[in-house]
Structure formats: C-alpha cells, structure tokens
Design a protein around this ligand. Structure first.
Ligand code: KE4
Length: 432
C-alpha cells in the first residue's frame, strides 16, 4: 500500500481475514481492487471520523456507503438500540415498532402508500421487480447501464448486442434465462427508452432506475429523463421503480422523488433507513403492494425483516431527520467542498469534472460531463487510484473506486472541508 501511514496491523489482520473470507472482505466494494493495495482494517467510527487498527484517523467520506448521513454513532441512534436491547433482539412476530416505521416511511416518501421491510437493498430491489412482474403479468424489466441495484440475478446483466436486444448475464452463476427478460439501456437516453416502449411496451413489467446514480459515480438525470420514464410507464401500464437505496433520505427527506418532483409507482430503500443496521424496504402504490403475500399472490418473506433492533435504529434516524432536517447545511457544506476540489484541480491543471446532488458527489478524472456509463467508462482510473492513495495518506478516506459517490455527513464541519481541500491540493500537485 503506497502510503506513508503505518498499516502494519491492518496488513497482518488482512492476511488473516483472507484465509477465511473470500478476498478478505464481506463485500467486494471494500476490497481496494480498483485502487491497488489492501483495505485498511477499521476499529471504530466517531462522528465524521474512522479509526483503523493502527490508530490512524481518517475523515470519512463513505459513511458506510451511505447510511451515516449524520456521522458515526449519533447518540440518539446508539441509545435507541441500547433501549431496544432491553426487550429482546428478534421475535419472529409483529411488533409495534414495525408499524411506526412503516407509518413514517409512508409519511415521508411521496410514492409509498404501503411498505414492506426487508434486510438489504438487494432484497428490496429483488422483491420490487418480482412484484412489478406479478402485478402486471408481464416479464420484461428495463434497467440502465451503470445503475447498480444489488446482486439480483435478473439485474446482474450487460446490454445485449443491439440497442433493443435483451441482456446477457454479467456474472458467472447467473443463467441466461434470468436476464433474457432484462433490457439494458443507456442512462439519460430518452430516445432509446421511448423506442423500447414503442417496440415492446405491452411486455414491459417495469423500469428500475437510480433517480440520481451513485454507482457509476454520481450522475444526475438530464432534464426530461425522469419525466419521460414516468410518462411512458403511465401510458403503457408499466411499473416505474425508483431505486432510492442510496438517494432515499439523502438528497432530500423524501428522496430524489421529492427533490425532482417525479413520483414513481414503487420505491426501494436501504442504507439511511436502517441508521447503520441492516434494513431495506420496498413500497409504493397501495394497489400494487396489495399483490404482496399474504394479501396477494406474490411471495416474499424474511426471518429478520422488521427486526426490532434495526427498526429502533432506523426510526431514531428518520425521526431525527424529520425533526431537524440537515439538508440545507449539507447542501452548503458539500457545495463548498465540491467548489474547493474543483478550484484545486483547476489550479493543478488536472482534467476533471464534478457532479453533485445534495451531499453526494463524485470527482471524475474525465474530460466530459458524465451523463451515462459510456462516458463514465472513459474515466482515468489510474489517476483516480493515485488520488485515492494520496488522500488516504492525508487521512482522508474516500470510496475506493472512481465509480462510486462520496458522502458528506452532518458531522463534518467547515474546518473538515477546508482540510480536505488542502489535502486534495497537495495530492493534485503530485498528480500534475
Ligand atoms: P445492499 O444489498 O448492498 O444493501 O444494497 C444494494 C444497492 C441497491 N441499490 C443501490 C442504488 C445501491 O447503491 C446499492 C448498494 N450500494 C453499494 C455501493 N455502491 C453498497 C456497497 C457494497 O456493495 O458493499
């Protein structure tokens, strides 16, 4: 690992992890595969900071890949979890906490009239596309290159040979049959989406998309894209699914659907909704959600769905966000950081583009505005790897891939932003 911080304990611990866990990680996103070297082993988080087992302190811009919008270990979340522990961990029976969570999600998220709790974003999207197919009696699902919706077989897919040819699996272990009804289009390509509906709209069960993409780096919807998806799904009776696992409660209290004023038929949620514990959710129009077992024939279940500890944690988080919305401060703080990074990169003569929505952003080493995966694929990933390692050396912990979003938390301060910009200025000088 090319940094000057001592990572001796991390290195030893990672060797041990790799003996028992594939790649030493429980999720490949953490593996430093895209930046080289080995992951840093973390010991604890506090506010805007992470501390590794070598006692290095980092300013954290991942926030567990999204959940920690208010920083690590906010007192109201930890005390809610501790209180829930007094009554038990899991009952496998309904609890009032689950009703409170469902009621609050229905209040906060415009599209959600009924909601089902699950344990991850993947479970949420997997369930949502099954419900869309069951509700419409159709099979085709439209998704967009560069949007990641979890490791769902039907969505681990690469575009077919022709623009309107259905997809093929993007991972071994996914049978062709799982993706033969998935159509992959370019994000922001209104013409291609319109043509797909003209071509087979009566077969399209649903369209799933990230309303603001985090998984090809941060990419915003171009004017008219979300609105067109909404119009076409309405016209052809298809289910519009906003995957707001990342944007939900992040870019606005009501998510991207509130921020952009486009209401989908279903929404998937994760990350922030659990306050750091494993929670996913899918919900939407009452008539669609009535199709879900036991009220309807579409089966979905989960031993730990609506787990009391996770509900206590998520409820504490959502109640705090509702009572004291951090969004204005987050917008100002994040804009200050993005503007500072832009100026620092400009001054160093580094080609780059920045994209930001609220407190999520990406600095792309690219010469073009990134509007789709085809453009994002042109990123200078070697330069990104050097930037990542240089920032790590300055005690700044960024997502370890150019194709991810950074997250500012409300625990970050102006001083943290200033020191991040100054660290970036040093690193850019070494990249020029
Ligand atoms: P999970 O199954 O990881 O909880 O959620 C899957 C998912 C669904 N939809 C969106 C928009 C997502 O961003 C995600 C997961 N995001 C990745 C980060 N890009 C999680 C990090 C990881 O896989 O370890």
């Amino acid at each position: 690992m090319s940094t000057s911080l001592s990572h001796a304990k991390s290195h030893a611990e990672f060797q041990r992890a790799a003996q028992f866990i594939p790649g030493g990680v429980n999720s490949p996103a953490r593996a430093f595969g895209a930046v080289g070297g080995q992951p840093v082993i973390m010991a604890r988080g506090e506010g805007p900071y992470l501390y590794d087992i070598d006692d290095n302190r980092y300013l954290d811009y991942i926030g567990s890949w999204g959940p920690h919008i208010l920083g690590h270990r906010p007192e109201f979340v930890t005390s809610a979890i501790q209180a829930a522990l007094e009554t038990g961990t899991s009952f496998g029976a309904p609890t009032a906490l689950e009703t409170e969570m469902a009621e609050l999600v229905c209040e906060l998220v415009p599209s959600v009239e009924k909601v089902r709790m699950v344990n991850s974003g993947t479970e949420a999207t997997m369930s949502a596309i099954r419900v869309a197919r069951g509700f419409t009696g159709r099979d085709v699902i439209v998704k967009f290159a560069g949007c990641y919706h979890g490791h769902v077989d039907a969505l681990l897919v690469q575009a077919g040979s022709g623009a309107l040819t259905h997809g093929t699996p993007s991972s071994p272990g996914v049978p062709a049959g799982c993706t033969s009804d998935t159509l992959v289009l370019e994000y922001n390509d209104i013409e291609a989406l319109t043509a797909a509906f003209q071509n087979e709209g009566d077969k399209i069960a649903g369209v799933i998309l990230e309303p603001v993409v985090g998984n090809m780096g941060c990419v915003l919807p171009e004017p008219g894209f979300l609105e067109t998806a909404r119009e076409l799904c309405t016209k052809y009776g298809s289910v519009l699914i906003f995957d707001e696992v990342m944007t939900g409660f992040r870019v606005a209290l009501g998510g991207a659907q509130e921020r952009f004023g486009v209401t989908p038929d279903m929404t998937t949620l994760g990350k922030i909704i659990g306050g750091g514990l494993p929670v996913g959710a899918y919900g939407g129009r009452e008539d669609i959600m009535q199709a879900v077992s036991p009220t309807g024939p579409v089966y979905q279940a989960g031993t730990l769905s609506g787990n009391p500890l996770a509900m206590a944690s998520g409820l504490a988080m959502l109640r705090e966000l509702k009572a004291n919305p951090p969004y204005e401060r987050l917008e100002t703080l994040s804009t200050k950081l993005v503007d500072g990074l832009h100026q620092a990169a400009e001054d160093a003569g580094i080609p780059h583009v920045l994209a930001q929505c609220g407190s999520m952003f990406t600095l792309f080493f690219n010469t073009e505005k990134v509007t789709s995966y085809a453009v994002s694929a042109q990123n200078d990933t070697d330069r990104f790897a050097k930037y990542f390692m240089g920032m790590l050396d300055h005690g700044i912990y960024l997502p370890c891939s150019q194709f991810e979003a950074n997250f500012v938390s409300n625990a970050h301060t102006d001083d943290h932003i200033e020191s991040t910009i100054s660290g970036a200025r040093d690193v850019f000088a070494s990249l020029a």
